[in-house]
Design a protein around this ligand. Structure first.
Ligand code: GLN
Length: 476
């Protein structure tokens, strides 16, 4: 038995039966991470590894198991995206501008999973700078490679978290999703990735990119693992003013009989790779054979999702990123006057994609353009939300591809922002509408590349969404 092949549930059962200790599990992962980092073409999932701390946490967890104080997550290692605060350690967002910035408090998700449940933090994972991107190539700390093909990207922006789980460098990880950053890398790395309903998981301690869209979620080997982590970290948090009053409770039975599944006709577009289309058709056949009722539906405003997102997200980002001025956080450039210091810090500290977003966002919010761009985008956002509300009157969940193509090559899209932006064409709408969505593994291409399918549900419909995903997972 290889410890690193076990799911969170299997690890938890082994811990409960005293077949393995948290220290052994943690060591197995730390050794694998070290081996990867010193290999010629490393996956490089982590920007920082908390080796000593992880071992100390694991020993503590073993004591809790011995004293009968453990929960099912105690002692299970987890990797955390580097835009989520772990008190006392660097949060860099894979940006030069945050180099050296140490978090002075824990994110609520860390407080719950690590401090309350006793999960063990292996390290902080690589990402696109400030979560802006779809390939993890804009990180200031090196690229992350796809564990299934080292010449390809792991997706992004939570590429490090997805590659860690797919590459067996963590049993489970946290990511953040503003326009697809959990689901797209999950699809590229053969994992399950859940973006919960907006407001269900606290954003306290998550570095803000676009606050009305950002949501933290798990990347896992199985639907059940994702559900466990989601349940443990979701729930109301008074420290996040957008947090909802609700109690997450997920029960998995995998019932597909009579489930109404809608496939939006707008998702079958020209750029859709034939391998992805075939995979979707096969999935639909299997679902029908299992007793689900699959029907075509329409989300008429889908074609406006990408442009709407790039107005709303950049507008919010331009405001959120104002705070990195060389005074309060991380990097500070040498300069003789204050204004020169601001300019030099931001010029040297931010990478080109972040600068592009700040400029775009500043432009759409500027006097004279605000109504034409920002206000218009907000109106279209409402129309997109209404499309979903209408669709969910007829179906329980919506099914479609997570991405238009299998994982693309390193360097292939990095100099073409539009091509890169289009890889989120199916994921972005769920963030604009605030609804939950997940990607789950759906097969492999002939070349051995992972494929993923996306399921979307109505707001607060995590139970149904995860249950259908669980059913699909057990079809194979
Ligand atoms: N890829 C999208 C972007 O570049 C979404 C990123 C995200 O979800 N954080 O903005």
């Amino acid at each position: 038995m290889d410890i690193r092949d076990l799911s969170v549930r299997e690890l938890s059962e082994a811990l409960a039966k005293k077949e393995v200790s948290s220290e052994e599990i943690t060591k197995a992962y730390l050794e694998a991470i070290e081996k990867d980092e010193s290999s010629p073409e490393p996956i490089h999932a982590y920007v920082s590894v908390l080796a000593d701390e992880a071992l100390a946490m694991a020993k503590e967890a073993d004591k809790k198991w011995a004293r009968g104080e453990a929960t099912k997550l105690t002692g299970i290692p987890i990797a955390i995206k580097d835009n989520i605060n772990v008190k006392g350690y660097e949060t860099t967002c894979s940006s030069r501008i945050l180099k050296g910035y140490k978090a002075s408090y824990d994110a609520t998700v860390v407080e719950r999973l690590v401090r309350q449940h006793g999960m063990v933090v292996l390290g902080k994972t690589n990402m696109d700078e400030f979560a802006m991107g779809s390939s993890t190539e804009t990180s200031a700390y090196g690229i992350t490679r796809n564990p299934f093909d080292r010449k390809r990207v792991p997706g992004g922006s939570s590429g490090g978290s997805a590659a860690a789980v797919g590459g067996k460098l963590a049993p489970v990880a946290l990511g953040s999703d503003t326009g697809g950053s959990i689901r797209q890398p999950a699809a590229f790395c053969g994992c399950v990735g859940l973006k919960p309903t907006y407001g269900t998981v606290s954003r306290y301690g998550l570095v803000a990119f676009a606050s009305s869209l950002d949501q933290i979620g798990p990347l896992a080997k199985t639907v059940e693992d994702a559900a466990w982590v989601y349940e443990a970290m979701a729930g109301h948090d008074p420290k996040d003013s957008t947090s909802l009053e609700h109690t997450p409770a997920v029960k998995l039975e995998g019932n597909l009989k009579g489930v109404k599944i809608g496939v939006p006709k707008e998702f079958i577009i020209e750029g859709l790779d034939p391998r992805v289309k075939e995979n979707l058709d096969e999935m639909i056949r299997k679902l029908e054979a299992a007793g689900a009722r699959v029907a075509e539906i329409s989300l008429p405003h889908s074609e406006y999702a990408v442009p709407t997102y790039y107005v709303v997200a950049t507008a919010e980002a331009s405001s959120n990123l104002e705070r990195y001025d060389g005074v309060k956080y991380g990097y500070r450039a040498q300069a003789s006057t204050l204004s020169e210091m601001y300019v030099k810090t931001r010029t040297e500290g931010f990478g080109p994609e972040v600068k592009r977003r700040i400029m775009l966002g500043t432009y759409v919010l500027s006097a004279g353009y605000y109504d034409a761009y920002y206000l218009k985008a907000l109106k279209v956002r409402t129309l997109i939300k209404e499309d979903f509300q209408k669709a969910f009157e007829k179906v329980d969940v919506i099914l479609g591809p997570t991405t238009p193509t299998p994982p693309f090559g390193i360097g292939e899209k990095v100099s073409d922002p539009i091509a890169m932006y289009l890889s989120d064409i199916y994921t972005i709408s769920a963030n604009l509408a605030g609804i939950p969505a997940l990607s789950l593994p759906s097969g492999w291409t002939k070349e051995g590349l992972p494929l993923g399918m996306q399921l979307m549900g109505p707001a607060l419909g995590e139970q149904k969404l995860l249950d259908v995903a669980y059913g699909i997972e057990h079809l194979r």
